[in-house]
Design a protein around this ligand. Structure first.
Ligand code: NDP
Length: 450
C-alpha cells in the first residue's frame, strides 16, 4: 500500500516537473504538502481518489490583455490574470493584486493558499486570486480608472456573485474596487455583490477595511493567551504601511501594545514613542506619500532606507507582524528577531516568511501564526459582505467586528486542535494546513471525480 509520504512526494515531483519555473507557487505547495502526510496515512481513500493531484491543479486560469491609454495619450498594455483554483466548498473568492511583480507564479501561490484560508474561516467560499503587473504608483486617478475599466471589461466575462467574487489586495484598495465595480455594473446591468471591499454607500460592509489588520491581532491574542500572556506593555514591529499594517497597528495600540516600527518598500521608520496611526493614515490613505515623510510630523523618529544591509527585523521587539509582501522575512531576519527576544510572530501578509525562517521560529519556541490562518479576517469579512448583499441588509460595525473576533478565535482553536490530533502540538502551520484541507477534501470526495 502507498504510504502518505510516498503519495505526497510523488505528487510533488509531478508538480515540480510541470511548474518548475514557478518558484513562489512551489514554495506554497511544499509548505502545505509537508503538513498533509499524516492525513493521507489516516485517510487512504484520498490517495485512491488522487485528491491532492486534482487539488493542486487550478480548475481554470484566465490570462488576458489589458490595453489602456495613459494621460499622454499613449497606449499601454498590461497582463491580467484570474486563477480559479477550487470551487469545492463555494464560489471562487480571493483578491486582485496590482503590482509590477505580478506573474502567474505569484497569482497561483496566492490562489492555492486561499483555498485553505477560506476553508478555515468556516464560511462557504472557494479559492481564487487575480491581478495584473500594472503599477498604480504615480498614476493619476484617471489613469487608474481607465486601467480598471479595461481590466474589468475582460474579467467580467469570468466572474459573478455565485461564480467568483474578487476583492482587493496589494495595490487594489477602495478607489480601485469602486472603478472596477462601476464598470461591472455598466457591462452587466445588474447590481450584485460581485466584488467585496466596496464603499459603504454601494454595498460595502462596515469593518471590511479594518478586517485583515484587526483579525491578525485577534489571532495573535489567542496565541499569547495559550501561554498566559497578553499585549499589555509589549512592543511590536509591523512591516508595511498599507491596509493590513495600518489596522494591525491601530488594534495593537488599542489592546495595550506599542508598535515602534513600520515600513514601505523604500525603508522603515522607528518611533520610540509608538507609531502615530493618524499620521500614517493621512500619509498613506490620503496623500499616498512615502514613509520617510513621517519624519516631517514626528522629527524624533528615525528613517532607515531599504537596502541589502537594512532590515526592519533587526529592531528589538516582543512581537512581529510581517504585513507587507511575500518572502520579506528570511532566516537571518528570523534569527535577529529571536536574538532580540521576540515571543510571537503572526503573518498579516501572504507567505511573508521563508520556509527557513519558519524553521528558525519553530526551533526557538517562538509562537508562530501562519498567514492562511492569521490573515483570514479579510476574506472572512468579505464573505460577510456577500451575506449582507444577498440579504440586502447592512450590519453594524460592532456586529461585524464581533463576528470577526469569533471567526479568528475559531480558526485558532481549529488549527491548534488539528495540530494536536496529528501529533504536532503547538505547530499552527501544520494545524492550519490540515484543518483547512480536511473540509475541502471531504467536499471534493463527495462530489466525485470533477
Ligand atoms: P497595500 O497595497 O495596502 O500595502 C502594501 C504595503 O506593503 C505597502 O506599504 C507597500 O509599500 C509594502 N510592500 C509591497 N511590496 C513590497 C516589497 N516588495 N517590499 C517592501 N514592502 C513592500 O496591500 P495590503 O496591505 O492590502 O496587503 C499586504 C499583504 O497582506 C499582502 O501580502 C496581501 O496579499 C496580504 N493580505 C491582504 C489582505 C487585505 O484584506 N488587504 C487580506 C489578506 C492578506 P510600497 O507602497 O512602497 O509598495
Amino acid at each position: 500500500m502507498t504510504s502518505g509520504k510516498q503519495y505526497v512526494d510523488s505528487v510533488f515531483e509531478k508538480v515540480k516537473a510541470q511548474n518548475g519555473h514557478e518558484a513562489e507557487f512551489l514554495q506554497a505547495v511544499e509548505e502545505v504538502f509537508d503538513s498533509l502526510v499524516p492525513v493521507f496515512d489516516k485517510y487512504p481513500k484520498y490517495i485512491e481518489e488522487n485528491l491532492l493531484e486534482r487539488l493542486v491543479e487550478p480548475e481554470r486560469i484566465v490570462s488576458f490583455r489589458v490595453p489602456w491609454v495613459d494621460d499622454k495619450g499613449q497606449v499601454q498594455v498590461n497582463r491580467g490574470f484570474r486563477v480559479q483554483f477550487s470551487s469545492a466548498i463555494g464560489p471562487y473568492k480571493g483578491g486582485l493584486r496590482f503590482h509590477p511583480s505580478v506573474n502567474q507564479s505569484i497569482i497561483k501561490f496566492l490562489g492555492f493558499e486561499q483555498i485553505f484560508k477560506n476553508s478555515l474561516t468556516g464560511l462557504p467560499i472557494g479559492g481564487g486570486k487575480g491581478g495584473s503587473n500594472f503599477d498604480p504608483k504615480g498614476k493619476s486617478d484617471n489613469e487608474i480608472m481607465r486601467f480598471c475599466q479595461s481590466f474589468m471589461t475582460e474579467l467580467s466575462k469570468h466572474i459573478g456573485a455565485d461564480t467568483d467574487v474578487p476583492a482587493g489586495d496589494i495595490g487594489v484598495g477602495g478607489r480601485e474596487i469602486g472603478y472596477l465595480y462601476g464598470q461591472y455594473k455598466r457591462l452587466r446591468n445588474e447590481y450584485t455583490g460581485v466584488l467585496t471591499g466596496k464603499g459603504l454607500t454601494y454595498g460595502g460592509s462596515l469593518t471590511r477595511t479594518e478586517a485583515t489588520g484587526y483579525g491578525v491581532v485577534y489571532f495573535a491574542e489567542q496565541m499569547l493567551k495559550s501561554k498566559g500572556e497578553d499585549f499589555n506593555g509589549k512592543t511590536a514591529i509591523v512591516s508595511g504601511s498599507g491596509n493590513v499594517a495600518i489596522y494591525a497597528i491601530q488594534k495593537l495600540h488599542s489592546l495595550g501594545a506599542k508598535v515602534v516600527a513600520c515600513s514601505d518598500s523604500s525603508g522603515y521608520i522607528y518611533d520610540e514613542e509608538g507609531i502615530n496611526v493618524d499620521t500614517l493614515k493621512q500619509l498613506k490613505e490620503v496623500e499616498r506619500a512615502r514613509i520617510v515623510q513621517y519624519l516631517e510630523h514626528h522629527p524624533n523618529a528615525h528613517f532607515t532606507p531599504a537596502g541589502p544591509d537594512s532590515s526592519i527585523w533587526t529592531v528589538k521587539a516582543d512581537l512581529a507582524f510581517p504585513c507587507a509582501t511575500q518572502n520579506e522575512l528570511n532566516d537571518a531576519d528570523a534569527r535577529a528577531l529571536v536574538g532580540n527576544g521576540v515571543i510571537a510572530v503572526a503573518e498579516g501578509a501572504n507567505m511573508p516568511s521563508t520556509l527557513e525562517a519558519i524553521e528558525v521560529f519553530h526551533a526557538s519556541g517562538v509562537l508562530f501564526g501562519p498567514a492562511k490562518a492569521a490573515n483570514a479576517g479579510g476574506v472572512a469579512v468579505s464573505a460577510l459582505e456577500m451575506s449582507q448583499n444577498s440579504q440586502r441588509l447592512a450590519w453594524s460595525f460592532e456586529e461585524v467586528d464581533a463576528k470577526l473576533y469569533d471567526i479568528m478565535k475559531g480558526i485558532y482553536e481549529n488549527a491548534a486542535a488539528a495540530a494536536k490530533e496529528f501529533d504536532a502540538e503547538g505547530n499552527l502551520v501544520v494545524g492550519a494546513n490540515i484543518a483547512g484541507f480536511l473540509k475541502v477534501a471531504e467536499a471534493m470526495s463527495a462530489q466525485g471525480i470533477v
